[in-house]
Design a protein around this ligand. Structure first.
Ligand code: NAI
Ligand code: OAA
Length: 272
């Protein structure tokens, strides 16, 4: 039986948004269609539309929910609320890439509960969220994430700017900050999306330990997570190849969103 295609809006046409929009436009995601984009300017939208076979209208962030069933937030973290709040108020589905912006935001979870909307955080650049969620059904004793990045991926983070650390002068790996995900999120908002997802899947941002390292010997953003629980102990590591558009964002991030969207209408669903 033919289903009515789910209308998808893409807020932010950067590394993640452009790859997902192009996959939708190519028809690579059955059951979903690209209905709107929101770019930072009309010029950027026009430039991007040249690469699409069906032109996508450029809609202001606050109006996306009117046009769409689901909105992918793929914006700089500071713009998160501009699309998250109207989408959830309208009772639509928000797919949030800037997961760091959901820490401490019970108000948004409450808003989606009241409106019938939903917030989805895809796996993005992280692995193993399924195992962490399963472990959390029992008793998790400890979760720790160690993020190591080439110094260039950390430049511009609030902590680096304030402390005046000269990352380009590093000749060996340096642990920049150690604490909980909650503490580190404020200082590295664009580098803790994966840690935010790990914490929300498991024991929360106050109980999830984190270290963030700048390592000049690395080319790839690396995250290592270890979990001890009453059902299983596990550790896992991922090394993300940078995307062309934004070296701070791993290529796998947009692929994870495409995989999530493909699952929506699939007859077989793998993983929790
Ligand atoms: N959850 C995860 O695993 C991961 C999450 N991220 C996060 O996902 C988000 C998107 O990442 P990228 O695509 O790499 O970022 P990006 O910087 O490549 O793209 C963001 C886009 O939003 C546009 N933009 C800025 N202001 C806008 C406005 N007012 N209206 C419409 N568009 C606007 C920018 O021009 C840019 O094209 C970031 O917050 C990033 O930290 C990144 C990697 C992994
Ligand atoms: O590894 C990546 O691609 C991105 C990352 O650290 C994050 O957003 O938390």
């Amino acid at each position: 039986m033919d289903r009515v295609a789910m209308k998808i809006g893409i807020a932010g046409i950067g590394a993640v948004g452009s790859a997902v929009a192009q996959a939708l436009d190519r028809g690579d995601i059955p059951g979903c269609k690209l209905t709107a984009i929101s770019a930072r300017s009309a010029e950027r939208a026009a430039e991007f539309n040249v690469f699409l076979s069906n032109r996508a209208p450029n809609v202001p962030l606050q109006d996306m929910a009117e046009e769409c069933d689901m909105v992918l937030e793929a914006l700089p973290p500071s713009m998160f609320d501009a699309v998250a709040v109207p989408t959830l108020k309208a009772g639509k589905i928000l797919v949030a890439m800037s997961g760091s912006q959901l820490l401490g935001r019970d108000d948004l979870i409450e808003l989606s509960r009241r409106s019938g909307g939903r917030i989805v955080i895809p796996s993005g650049a992280m692995l193993g969220l399924d195992a962490i969620k399963a472990a959390a059904v029992g008793m998790i004793h400890e979760v720790k994430i160690v993020t190591r990045k080439p110094p260039s991926s950390l430049v511009g983070a609030p902590y680096i700017v304030r402390s005046g650390l000269k990352l380009d002068k590093l000749d060996e790996a340096l642990c920049i900050l150690k604490g909980t995900v909650r503490e580190i999120a404020k200082e590295f908002p664009a580098n803790v999306n994966v840690a935010a997802a790990v914490s929300l899947a498991g024991v929360g941002p106050e109980r999830t330990k984190m270290e963030i390292w700048a390592d000049p010997s690395l080319q790839l953003n690396t995250h290592t997570v270890s979990v001890r629980s009453d059902s299983s102990d596990f550790s896992m590591s991922i090394q993300n190849r940078p995307s062309h558009e934004n070296p701070a964002t791993g290529r796998i991030t947009s692929q994870s969103v495409i995989a999530y969207l493909r699952q929506l209408h699939a007859g077989l669903r793998i993983g929790t």
